[in-house]
Design a protein around this ligand. Sequence first.
Ligand code: GLN
Length: 486
Amino acid sequence: MDILKKSVLELRELLDKGEISSREIVQAYIDRIEKTEPKLNSFVTLTFEEALKDADRADEMIRNKTHTTLTGIPIALKDNISTYHVKTTCSSKMLENYRPPFDATVVELIKQAGMPILGKTNMDEFAMGSSTETSYFGPTKNPWNLEYVPGGSSGGSAASVAAKQAPLALGTDTGGSIRQPAAFTGIVGIKPTYGLVSRYGVVPFASSLDQVGPFARTVAESAALLSLIAQYDKYDSTSLNNPRPDYLRSLEKDVKGLRVGVPKEFFIDGLDAEVEQAVRKAVKALEDQGAEIVDIELPHSDKALATYYIVATAECSSNLARFDGVRFGHRSENTKDSVTMFKHTRAEGFGPEVKRRIMLGTYALSAGYYDAYYLKALKVRRLIKEDFDKAFTKVDVIITPTTPSTAFKFGEKVQDPIAMYLSDVFTTTANLAGIPALSMPAGLSSNNLPIGVQIIAPSLAEEVMLSTAYSIEKALGSIGLPELEV
Ligand code: GLN
C-alpha cells in the first residue's frame, strides 16, 4: 500500500479498521521528508522523535476508541506558530534560537486530537513576502519545478503538502499567504473568517488581518482540518463565539440555484490568459450544475493593495517593536548602552524586507502623516468591505483568480518590491474585509505549473465556500501531484 497516496479520510478508515497504525503513517512521511528535503527545503525544524511518540499515543487513543477524525494523521506547522520548547523562528535570525514556553491554541487542539507534528515549515521572514525568498534559512523550492518559487509566505507548508512530505499543514494568511502558495503548488488553502480560528500564540504580523488556516490536497481534507482548528478561544480577544458547524458535512450541498458572482475588476490587463481560461472553466462547471452566474462589481478593488500595504506595515511596525533584544530572541554583542543595544539588535536580527516594512509602517503612523496615510487607508478599507456587503446581497459566493499568474522563477521579483507585492493583488481584499476565501487548483498551465481559483464567501459562510469548491473539484477532476524526482 502506498501510504503517501492515501487521502486523510482513507487513512482514517484504515486506522479505524486496524489495517494500519499511526506509527506506520508517520514513518512513511518521515522517509519521504528525508528523501525530498535536500531538494525542497520546506522545513526549518524537524521533530521526528516527538512525532513517533505522538503516533504511539494516537494508536493508543484509537485502540481505546477515544479518537476523532484526525487522530493519528501527521501535520506540518508554519514556523510562526508557537510550539512548546520547539524552535519557532519565523524564518528570522531574530528568533533563530527561540523556543516558546507555551503552545499556540491551534497547536493545543492538534495535540489533543492526537495529530503527530512532523516539523516546522519554512516561510518568508515574519510572513512578509510572496515567495519564501526572504527566509533567513534559504528559499523553499516549488515541487512542480525546482526553478520556481512555491509562493509565500507559507511556502514551506504548501510545498510540504504538494510534495507528499505531509498530508496536511497549517499556514497563516495576512494578505494571501495561504491562498497564493496553495495556488502556486496546486493544492487547497483556506483563509477563514477573521476570528474563526484562534491567533493566540501565533507570532503577529498585522493583527487585524492575520488568520491561521489549513493546507490539504483536496477540499474534503481541508474541511476536516478546519473543523478541528475553528474553535472559540478565550485567550484571543478577537475570537468569535458562535456555533461551529462540522465543515466536512457541508460539502455535499448541491450548487443548483447558487448565485455565483464574477467581479469584472479581477479580470484585468496583466491577468495571464491561461489563468483566466482556467477560472472561466471553473465558473462554467458551476453553471453546468445549475448555478446562476452573475456579473458583479467590486469597485474599490484597485485600491486594495495600497490599502493593505499601509494597514499591514503600520500594524507590523507596532507588533515587531517587541523584538528589542531584551526579552527574547537575538541580542547584539555590540551593547555599550541600552539604546545602542536596541539599535544593533534590530539592525542585525531583521532582514531587509522586514526593515522596509517597519520603516514604511512607522512613517504611515507618524504625526503629520497619520491622517494622510493610516487613517485614509482605514477609510478605504471600509469601502472595500462595503463593496463586498453590497455584492453579497446579490450573490452567495464570488469567484476570481487567486493570483494574476502562475508561479514565477527565483530572483524574478525579489529585487523589485512592487512587482512582488503585485502577487497579492487578488488576495488582500478578503483580509481587509475579514471574510473567508479559499484557493483550489483549477488546472495546469502549458509549462506544467498549477493555476489557482479563489472562492470568496460572506463572513462565517465557510460552508457554502466549501460546498462550491467541492462541486468544482468534482467537475474538474484532480490535477494530480508533482512528479518529484528523488
Ligand atoms: N505576501 C503578502 C505580504 O508580503 C502577504 C503576506 C501574508 O499573508 N502573511 O505581506
